[in-house]
Design a protein around this ligand. Structure first.
Ligand code: CDP
Length: 213
């Protein structure tokens, strides 16, 4: 295994931006694992499937292609909700697991962001961050992002989405969203993107100095 950087945390905490910037800094490929669940939820819905139909959701996961992950539909508000609905099914998680483990195995390293990367997918990752922020601040960030993408939504709707998703993702039986014992907590509530990235970089540099040392 190369130098895997696991970046977990709740919706709109800033983990995606941090993961991308760390990837650029080290020259590592970056996987947004949420896109896999978004892909499954969107594909299943487009097929007319039911989100609670475990067999249909698993089939959608098993046939998901990397080329399906670039679709703008996956970045919508609705897709986030669909993703968290299918993410509760263990066979769906298992079907997406190999892809993530293989991604993480790339040399000289890889960055993966998600909910269970440091706990379940890559428990041996040498660098783990758990990125969070208050629900109000996360809702504000996500609201601005979605409005920027042209979605007509209110801040209150997004806050409700985020609270519901936090509860579902943190409360599910399989791979609940949680901070790994050896992950470093990074609360970005009061930070600019620049400050958050700088803090993340320092955490990763510390881990790198200890790695194989
Ligand atoms: O961008 P945002 O943080 O809103 O969500 P995302 O990272 O795209 O993830 C969408 C949903 O996928 C989450 O709410 C989780 O239910 C699920 N997910 C997961 O279960 N495990 C992961 N490693 C990543 C995402």
């Amino acid at each position: 295994m190369g130098f895997v950087i696991a970046v977990d945390g709740p919706a709109a905490s800033g983990k995606g931006t941090i993961a991308n910037r760390l990837g650029a800094l080290y020259g590592f490929p970056v996987l947004d694992s949420g896109l896999l669940y978004r892909g499954v939820g969107v594909k299943l819905t487009e097929q007319g499937g039911d989100l609670d139909d475990v067999a249909a959701a698993t089939a959608a996961a098993e046939t998901l292609e990397a080329s399906e992950l670039d679709r703008p539909e996956l970045r919508t508000r609705a897709a986030g909700e669909l993703a968290s609905r299918v993410a509760v099914h263990t066979p769906v998680r298992l079907a997406l697991r190999d892809f993530q483990v293989r991604f993480a195995a790339q040399e000289p390293g890889a960055v993966i962001d998600g909910r269970d990367i440091g706990t379940v997918i890559c428990p041996e990752a040498p660098a783990k961050l758990y990125v969070t922020a208050t629900a109000a601040i996360r809702a504000d960030r996500r609201w601005k992002q979605l409005v920027g993408q042209g979605e007509g939504v209110t801040y209150e709707e997004i806050l409700a989405d985020i609270l519901r998703r936090d509860e579902r993702d943190g409360g599910r039986k399989d791979s609940p969203m949680s901070q790994a014992d050896d992950a470093v907590l990074l609360d970005t509530s009061e930070m600019t993107i620049e400050q958050a990235f700088d803090a993340a970089r320092r955490i990763v540099e510390d881990a790198r100095a200890r790695w194989k040392a």
